[in-house]
Design a binder for this molecule. Structure first.
Ligand SMILES: *Cc1c(COP(=O)(O)O)cnc(C)c1O
Length: 382
């Protein structure tokens, strides 16, 4: 099956009893047994629920994996991966990963004896240099938030595996989605998503996903999902499945609109710099072109006027772009990393990685592009 068919049919079958084309919402915690231990494959919904099973099969199919897992949030999915590690193990992560991931690593898992090293993933050499005999996991995110940095997934994975095949490589594929890049095909072990974003696609749920292609790793992750219990509920599983069916259609428009917005901003006299991997002046444009099918709908930019007030004026005046956290829904959103997503990072730290007061992040939705550009134009003229 090609990707655009997989989003609709991947891992799916009509429900047996009625032929229902969509899986019903099995809103149940438990299942009748005919004799102790004799059941129809379902015992208790923390272990498995048919609506979640349908979604988990779709997750696996989208990323060309063999197993998928649905969690109550993206962070719950990351938490599950980290629980495969033991005290004393080391993790190498990108230096500008999602703030919540960084918070979990440093504020939760360090106290259980895990060690984290943060490196600039732009250079494969940085990753290799940080590897020790205790390294067990590489945590990659590409493109990154909000500066849209790109890491070469295939090169990094090859180099890491050449050094030690036991080190797992995981990619947070939230920004790109499997429509744009499929890390399991590039050799990584685990793909993670905040399905809250593009997979769900309608800003109506919070959910996480893991996809793998190794049976033993799948068994380990399933045990943790079952034993720790951070599962996705049946109603949310249904909504995510419905969202996935239009992923390819939405992404096509997100990419078209994202590119048009990036090109418009690049020419605008009030804009200092645009961060979008599809622009030829992006430092990793060639890597992005190699590993992504297109460049997505996330665009960041810096105003020439470096004052916080200039950014606030813009943020208060957009009408179609809603000022809100999150991304990846059909509606366009705008956010201010300094005061919103990255507020917990000390000023010196965030300035070092380029997150200034005048930086603005857009999640470009699937509305008519003329309306989106007109909205940016009127807000920039204030
Ligand atoms: C939102 C997000 C997360 C966290 O996911 P939640 O669903 O909010 O728990 C992780 N990584 C990235 C890149 C995200 O955008």
């Amino acid at each position: 099956m090609k990707f655009n068919t997989k989003t609709i049919h991947g891992g799916q079958q009509h429900e047996e009893a009625t032929g229902s084309v969509m899986p019903p919402i099995f809103q149940t915690s438990t299942y009748a047994q005919s004799s102790p231990g004799v059941n129809k494959g379902y015992e208790y919904s923390r272990a498995a629920n048919p609506t979640r099973t349908a979604l988990e099969k779709a997750f696996a199919s989208l990323e060309n994996g063999t197993h998928g897992f649905a969690f109550s949030s993206g962070l719950a999915a990351i938490d599950c991966v980290l629980r495969t590690l033991n005290s004393g193990d080391e993790v190498i992560a990108g230096d500008d990963i999602y703030g919540g991931t960084y918070r979990m690593f440093t504020n939760m898992f360090e106290k259980y004896g895990l060690k984290f090293r943060y490196v600039d993933m732009n250079e494969v050499g940085n990753v290799i240099k940080a590897i020790s005999d205790k390294t067990k996991l590489i945590w990659l995110e590409t493109p990154t938030n909000p500066l849209m940095k790109i890491a070469d997934i295939e090169e990094i994975t090859k180099a890491v595996k050449a050094k030690n095949t036991d080190i797992l490589v995981a990619v947070d594929n939230t920004f790109a989605t499997p429509y744009l890049q499929r890390p399991l095909d590039l050799g990584v072990d685990i793909v993670m998503h905040s399905a809250t974003k593009y997979l769900g696609g309608h800003s109506d749920l919070v959910m996480g996903a893991l996809m793998v292609k190794d049976a033993q790793l799948a068994e380990e992750l399933h045990f943790i999902q079952f034993a720790a219990g951070a599962i996705a509920g049946p109603m949310d599983s249904f909504l995510a499945l419905r969202g996935i069916k239009t992923l390819h259609l939405r992404m096509q428009r997100h990419c078209e609109n994202g590119k048009a917005v990036a090109e418009y901003l690049e020419e605008h006299p009030k804009v200092e710099r645009v961060f979008y991997p599809g622009l030829k002046n992006h430092p990793n444009y060639e890597v992005a072109k190699k590993q992504m099918n297109d460049f997505g709908g996330m665009v960041s930019f810096r105003l020439k006027d470096q004052s916080k007030q200039a950014a606030l004026t813009f943020l208060e005046n957009t009408k179609i772009f809603t000022l809100a956290e999150s991304l990846g829904g059909v509606e366009s959103l705008v956010s201010h990393p300094v005061t919103m997503t990255h507020a917990s990072i000390p000023e010196a730290e965030r300035l070092k990685i380029g997150i200034t007061d005048s930086l603005i992040r857009l999640s470009v939705g699937v509305e008519d592009i003329d309306d989106l550009l007109a909205d940016l134009e009127q807000a920039l003229s204030k």
